[in-house]
Design a protein around this ligand. Sequence first.
Ligand SMILES: NC(=O)c1ccc[n+]([C@@H]2O[C@H](COP(=O)([O-])OP(=O)(O)OC[C@H]3O[C@@H](n4cnc5c(N)ncnc54)[C@H](O)[C@@H]3O)[C@@H](O)[C@H]2O)c1
Length: 314
Amino acid sequence: MSEPLSVAVVGFGVMGRHHANVYAALPGVDLVAVVEPDAIRRSAAAELYGCATFADLEGLLAAGRMDAASVASPTSTHHALTSRLLSSGIHVLVEKPVATQVSEARGLAALSRRHGVVMQVGHITRFYKAVQQLRREVRRPYLIEARRLTPTARIRDVGVILDLMIHDIDIVLGLVDSPVADVSVAGHALNGTPFEDVAAAQITFANGCIARFLASRVAPDAERSLVVAEAERTYRLDFGPPRDLRGQPAAQGTRALPGADPALGGADRYARGRPALADPRDRSDPAAAASCPTAAGGPRGLSHVARGALAGVR
Ligand SMILES: NC(=O)c1ccc[n+]([C@@H]2O[C@H](COP(=O)([O-])OP(=O)(O)OC[C@H]3O[C@@H](n4cnc5c(N)ncnc54)[C@H](O)[C@@H]3O)[C@@H](O)[C@H]2O)c1
């Protein structure tokens, strides 16, 4: 029998606990250590898993070898911690977003190739069964609308685009088989940090498909939904509680799919078969017309922070 894979978790907050729980339960895996600057969380990890704990990554690296590590620390620390691990020959599962700058993300990918180790980014929503089913069924969408709203502004070191909208951008880029032609975005920073708390963005693809995104962490209610319109039918995916976009009980024909991650938002719902929406290329449709940028060009809008966050989409 082969040796178990030895794994460490770096950052033992909300997501780090999920990573640690899974590693502790996986056959063939040894959770050997947790790195966490907060002493109370370190004690909790030691008690829960009986593993070694360290206040910083250097302590872990000095103490011995491991095969792989999860990085689940605040986003602003991902680049430094992941670089250090990859350069030490350790495979890394780094939580999304991989870094705060596109250049840093590319640098990490290059580093993983140079050292012959795997770097995987924790885009967990990509693996929801409903999302995978969408990827199998969707052929040529012409309009996509993604809403990801929450009242909780817990994460303060990046804006809502890198924190929340990134999930929808990742899903949409996996659904539309066409290069990005245009990006526009506007946002507002409302919580006293330089980072946007609400953002509205639009990606127009070369094949004409329009994807509209709304993300907020200052919303009165939580909502996570994705609507994908094709000529033949419209798909609706509700990541949240079982209600449809108008807050009514889910429409007949909606079915819950297995594979939802309760920790990340409960039911993973999916519906299809509704009549197609209006053609977005028809400027007489106000909703479609409002969504159409007037000219091709780079990201534009009110918030330079938001613009920067979308810079990697092209
Ligand atoms: N995949 C998903 O769906 C998903 C969901 C939520 C959060 N995330 C991502 O996971 C990351 C962590 O988010 P969270 O909600 O768990 O945050 P959190 O604040 O709950 O946890 C972060 C932990 O990292 C610790 N930490 C800080 N600096 C550190 C360092 N230098 N080394 C090691 N640990 C350090 C903090 O003390 C804290 O315990 C973020 O990048 C976030 O975007 C991903």
